[in-house]
Design a protein around this ligand. Structure first.
Ligand code: ZN
Length: 195
């Protein structure tokens, strides 16, 4: 189940920050993996600025604290997800651990939890959702409860994982054969994009 809170003040704050940071890239886009879109988000515009990143992290922490007050651990996926999860955790007073989701999944040795935790996976932009699914499966195999995933925006079908986002995707995502820009004969403006 996916929870979206468009009316929530945090969603409006995030949307304003996204636009104000210059992260929005409108235009016919081919994403890495082959899906087409009406644009993409350059998350670097936020992540490279600690003040902006902390503002987003504060909003994300508020949402996590409200929906999952029982969380005992935040989990980030290297690299950007690890940085973000640490910023979010500061506002919640929770520990963090990092899971490698490419190759064989495993903990970063910095923190290998020793007891069963109630984990929330923290991410910025979810594309296909493969990384968070790999991390969630790993956490469950390790004996932890996965409350869900907190992300800024998700393009993926939520599937079995509960995904909490700050706002709906600003650009639609299409399979190549269903892309209206391609049907209208417009050349792509951006190609090979991995948000
Ligand atoms: Zn297209």
């Amino acid at each position: 189940m996916e929870v979206r809170e468009q009316e929530w003040a945090g969603a409006q704050a995030f949307a304003a920050l996204l636009a104000g940071s210059g992260a929005l890239r409108p235009g016919h886009t081919i994403l890495q993996g082959g899906l087409h879109s009406g644009g993409w988000i350059e998350k670097g515009a936020i992540i490279r600025d600690p003040l902006r990143l902390d503002e987003v992290a504060r909003v994300q922490a508020e949402q996590i604290g409200r929906v999952w007050p029982q969380a005992t651990l935040l989990v980030g996926l290297p690299e950007c997800g690890a940085v973000l999860s640490a910023f979010v955790a500061r506002h919640l007073g929770l520990p963090v651990a990092f899971v490698h989701s490419s190759g064989v999944p495993g903990w970063h040795r910095m923190h290998v939890p020793e007891r069963a935790e109630r984990a929330v996976i923290v991410d910025d932009l979810i594309g296909t959702g493969r990384g968070v699914r790999v991390a969630a499966d790993f956490l469950i195999r390790e004996g932890h409860a996965v409350l869900g995933v907190s992300a800024w925006i998700s393009r993926a079908e939520p599937g079995a994982l509960k995904v909490l986002t700050l706002m709906p995707p600003p650009y639609p995502t299409w399979k190549a054969e269903g892309c209206p820009d391609c049907s209208a004969g417009y050349a792509p403006r951006y190609t090979g994009i991995r948000e």
